[in-house]
Design a protein around this ligand. Sequence first.
Ligand code: ADP
Ligand code: ZN
Length: 230
Amino acid sequence: MNLVLFGPPGAGKGTQARLIQDRHHLELIATGEILRQEIKKKTPLGLQVEHIMAEGKYPSDDIILAVFKKRLSQVKDKGVILDGLPRTMNQAKKIAETFKELGHEIDAVIQLTVDEDKLIERLSSRVTCEECGRPYPKDFPFQRVEACSKCGSRSFSRRPDDEPEAVRTRFKVYNEQTKPLLNYYAKQGLLKVINGMKSIEEVNQEIEALLEEMQVLTRKSGCLYSAQDI
Ligand code: ADP
Ligand code: ZN
């Protein structure tokens, strides 16, 4: 199963991606997180994208696609969750081609819908684990959290692109370049809309219900094939 988590900055993609990953043993491909690690390590790639990302702009499609392909080649035939990509039509088409070449496809694009006021509130209070990128909200009892529940790291920080000016740029770029993809995926019957305004647990339950429904459908069509075979 290959999933895309789709939505504006702060919609809850990273949060939900990590929950789905834990439960379904899918590999996470979060290009933003991979690039943030490159920045932290001061690699040539990191230095190249650091300023672009801090401003809230997108690195070039070539960079994103190279990062995606490299990560995909590491996960072999396991299913993946794409968090934060594709973000442009060109990326979406190239990613579809890449899956096709490998005999795979995207099974669903899960759109998390959240009002803009709420997005701003979440981003202005987001703190992320410096090691694995797991996001935590402001109202999380940080004083009592000694270590990241995912990787055990004890260092947390605010992302530079969560500063108000970068957030404004990110919304603008999202609306111009990324939002049009919704129509592209809807036409293919892949788009599943989830209300991302609810609590993290409730959103997760809705996604789980959706995945369950999809798996039931897959099993049913599997039966149909075996009946024909007989
Ligand atoms: P994205 O990856 O879409 O940019 P994140 O998963 O990082 O979004 O979530 C943005 C912020 O909002 C984080 O601080 C996260 O902990 C918090 N958050 C995510 N989902 C919810 C939710 N359903 N309700 C409240 N806060 C949430
Ligand atoms: Zn962590």
